[in-house]
Structures are given as C-alpha cells and as structure tokens.
Design a binder for this molecule. Structure first.
Ligand code: TGC
Ligand code: FAD
Length: 388
C-alpha cells in the first residue's frame, strides 16, 4: 500500500510554517515506525503500549503546548498536528498525550502553586510521572456540577470521599487531579499515588479505546495535606477550562483518524476487483471517497482557524465545542464508510479501520458528548441554556 501522506485537497499546507511541517513529519514517522506495527496487537490484548511513553517524552510531545518547566511552548497548530498524527495511529495514544498535557499539566501550570509546578511539571513532561484527571462519577457525566465527591477541611488537611469513574490512566497515575466539592465550591486536588484510602480498578471489556487504561477511582477518607489543593482553582469553571484544552486537541486528533481511514479505503478501492473492475471505478464508491475528501477538508479548515484563534487569545469555548463535535462526527462517519468499503475485510483488526471506528465511539462521548456540545453551541447562539 502507498505510504500514508495525509490529505491536502485544498493545498492547506501553504498555511503551515516550516517548523509545523517538520513537527508533523517527525510525529508521522514515529507513528509509522513505532505505533502502526504494534497497535493492533495491543488493541486486541486491551493493553496500553507504555514502552512508547519515554519515546514520546523524548520527542517533546508531553505538554508540548505549554511554556516553561521544560515544555516546548509550541503554537496551537503545531500542537494540533501532533494530536492529528498520534490519532492517525490510535485514539488511545492521543488520549494519553491529551490527558497528560491538557488535563494534568495544564491545571497544575494554571491553578497550581510554585511548589506543585516544580515538583510535577518536569516529571510529567519527561514521562517519568503519569497523570490522570478525575471529574466524571458513576452518576454524573454530562452534569459534573452534581458531583458527590466531597473534600472536608480537617485542620491543615482535607478528607476526600467519593468515586470517580471512566478515568483515563486512573490506575497507573502517579498524580491524579481530582475535582471535589468543598465549602468554597468545586476545587481541584492533587492526589498522589500510594495515598491511603485510594483504590483503583480498571474497566474491562471495552469495545473502544482498548489500547488505553480506563479506571474507577474510589476515595475513602483520603487525607490530603492542604498544600495539595490547586490554590487558584475556583469552581467547575476551572475544570471546564482544562476541558477546553483537551477538546481543542481532540478536534485535531479526529482528523488523524479520519485521514487514516480515508487513505486505507482509497488504496483498498483501487486494488479490490469486483465485476472485473476495481471497486474504485464504481460511482457509489467514488461518492463515498468524494464525501470523505469534502468533510475532511472542511474539518481541516475548522481546526486550523481554531488554532489561529487560540494563538491570538480569542478562542471561545463554544467555538471549541463546534470543532470537537463536528470533527469527531466527521471522523466517525468516515471510519464507518471506510469499514463498509472494505467489505468483510473491514471487520478484521488487521485493516485498522474497524479499530478507529470503535475508538471514535468513545471519542464522540468523552470530553462532552456530541449532544452536549450541540447544546453549548445552541446556548451560544440563543442565550438560552437547554441542558436542564
Ligand atoms: P455552567 O453553570 O454552565 O458553568 C459553570 C461555570 O463555568 C463556566 N463555563 C466555562 N468556562 C470555561 N470553559 C468552558 N468550556 C465553560 N463552560 C462553562 C460558566 O460560564 C460558569 O461560570 P461562572 O463564572 O458563572 O461560575 O455549568 P453547568 O453545570 O450548567 O454545565 C454546563 C455543561 C453541561 C456545558 C458542562 O458541565 C459540560 O461541559 N459537561 C460535559 C462534561 C464533560 O465534558 N466531561 C468531560 C470529563 S473529562 C474527559 O472526558 C476526559 S476524556 C480523556 C481522554 O482524552 O482520554
Ligand atoms: P451521560 O451524561 O449519562 O449521557 C448519556 C446520554 O444522555 C448521552 O447521549 C448524552 O448526550 C445525553 N444527555 C445527557 N444530558 C443531556 C441533556 N441535558 N440534554 C440532552 N441529552 C443529554 N472522564 C473524566 O473525568 N476523566 C477521564 O479521563 C475520562 N476518560 C474517559 C475515557 C473513556 C474511554 C470514556 C468512554 C469516558 C471517559 N470519561 C472521563 C468520561 C466521559 O467524560 C463521560 O463518559 C462523558 O462526559 C459522558 O458522561 P456519561 O457517560 O455519564 O453519559
């Protein structure tokens, strides 16, 4: 099969700097060499390829969008291209980097004390520590403000009780950013590995994000020193600010999964013979390929423009919602179409499209479901929140 070379139907590469193209090339080569050959096996065994963490750290991919403490301080589109290339390999790999950079390092950098930053950011950037982000609970997913996890002040400590569910890297994390209700509203806490009263168990039997660790975290009378509160975190808003960062990355990541599926479907259609002709010669098949090109191109423009708004400091949460929702929907539709175009082969792991398709089902749900993002856009245009 022809080597993956992306899709650039509208010559959008002219918008990229030489540095951005070099970063894309570097991560693309890493994914081609280190991820694609092994990922089906890890997906089937439901294991995260943790041996890739030091390599990703060495490439500077962890917290690449942040400044200081060893982070690369890349612009938004360079960071987006990293997410795109990683998710071309697997959504689980992009998830790992999203959680580490956007959901753990970002809140420590933004809401943390100097001591917390110095302790954790270099370790997380070098991949020597793993982080996780605990917002969702068994009974509160789309509606995190209802959370039951509570932190009660007890002298110079807090006592945490509650359960967090569906937490990426929950059982392997050295530091968990846990969101809990206090007398002053929702605040973020750093819960370190080995703290007494913390129990984790991994969620088994997932049809999606199989090559990613997803866990339940239960907290029973967990005593946390007051110095482990994120001092500048204030209300649910602080947690939602982290989600903006991760949702931004997902809008780029989804492009990678979509481009992978398009590429595989195109190559397959040119080679697969039915009725004495390549299936690519049939109008219905060309219609599918043309739809993929059309939607990927529109999504690329959305992501690129969003990156520019981010760098200019003008980005709005509802703009991020529109891109997350559109680009993940688009990628899922592309993956489903590619799966169909490969016929029975599309159901076999070795053709990759089925894995991307299943992964994208979770991506459509996490970081705010497709429908919650619709309501966020709806609120932005009408001024009326329709969640309740
Ligand atoms: P609401 O009253 O609207 O908002 C509370 C305060 O927050 C402000 N706000 C935001 N601020 C920054 N960024 C945003 N995106 C914001 N959205 C809202 C808002 O202005 C308000 O501020 P203030 O000053 O008035 O206090 O809150 P609500 O309870 O009505 O809920 C709103 C809703 C539904 C949009 C929100 O809760 C939501 O986004 N729900 C979806 C939950 C979600 O996305 N969870 C994701 C968990 S993490 C995850 O999935 C990781 S996946 C890991 C991986 O990548 O592998
Ligand atoms: P629910 O909120 O119960 O929603 C169920 C359905 O109801 C959805 O279709 C939803 O759109 C719809 N719905 C809900 N409210 C409304 C409404 N007001 N109007 C219309 N429709 C509505 N969370 C973390 O905190 N950290 C993580 O690291 C993390 N990683 C994850 C990894 C994976 C693989 C998965 C699958 C999830 C992860 N999550 C994580 C959880 C994720 O954020 C939630 O699953 C998501 O926010 C949706 O919550 P829920 O599953 O409880 O669905």
């Amino acid at each position: 099969m022809r080597t993956f070379d992306g899709l650039d139907f509208y010559d959008l590469d002219v918008f990229l700097t030489e540095e951005e193209k070099l970063i894309r090339k570097t991560v693309r080569e890493f994914v081609e060499k280190e991820v694609i050959p092994i990922i089906e096996d890890y997906n089937e065994k439901a294991k995260f390829p943790s041996q890739l963490i030091p390599k990703m750290a060495e490439l500077g991919l962890l917290g690449a969008q942040l400044k200081g403490y060893g982070c690369a301080g890349l612009g938004a589109n360079a960071y987006g291209l990293i997410m795109q290339e990683l998710e071309r390999g697997d959504s689980g790999l992009r998830s790992f980097v999203s959680v580490q950079g956007a959901l753990v390092m970002y809140p420590i950098l933004t809401f943390g004390s100097e001591e917390q930053k110095e302790k954790w950011l270099p370790l997380l950037q070098q991949g020597k520590a793993i982080g996780c982000f605990g917002l969702t609970e068994p009974d509160f997913g789309s509606y995190p403000s209802g959370m039951r996890t509570a932190a009660k002040k007890d002298g110079s400590s807090y006592i945490l009780n509650g359960t967090k569910m569906w937490i990426t890297n929950g059982s392997v994390a050295d530091v968990c950013v846990i969101w809990a209700k206090t007398d002053e509203g929702i605040r973020g806490f750093l819960v370190e590995k080995g703290t007494s009263g913390v129990k984790t168990s991994d969620i088994k039997g997932k049809i999606s994000l199989r090559a990613s660790v997803t866990s339940e975290i239960s907290l029973t009378d967990v005593k946390i020193p007051a110095k482990n509160i994120l001092p500048k975190s204030e209300g649910l808003k602080s947690a939602l600010m982290c989600l903006n960062q991760a949702r931004y990355g997902i809008s780029w990541g989804a492009l990678g999964a979509a481009m992978a599926c398009y590429h595989i479907a195109l190559e397959y259609a040119k080679e697969r013979i039915q009725f004495e002709k390549p299936i690519a010669s049939f109008q219905l098949v060309q219609q599918k390929l043309a739809w993929m090109v059309q939607e990927i191109t529109k999504a690329q423009l959305l992501a690129w423009r969003l990156g520019k708004l981010k760098d200019e400091g003008k980005i709005k949460p509802h703009q991020v919602s529109l891109a997350k929702k559109n680009n993940v929907w688009m990628a899922l539709e592309v993956a489903r179409m590619a799966r169909d175009m490969l016929g029975a082969n599309g159901t076999a792991y070795e053709y990759h499209v089925g894995r991307h398709m299943c992964n994208l089902e979770a991506v459509k749900t996490y970081e705010g479901t497709h429908d919650i993002h619709t309501l966020i856009v709806g609120e932005a245009v009408t001024g009326i929140p329709a969640y309740r």
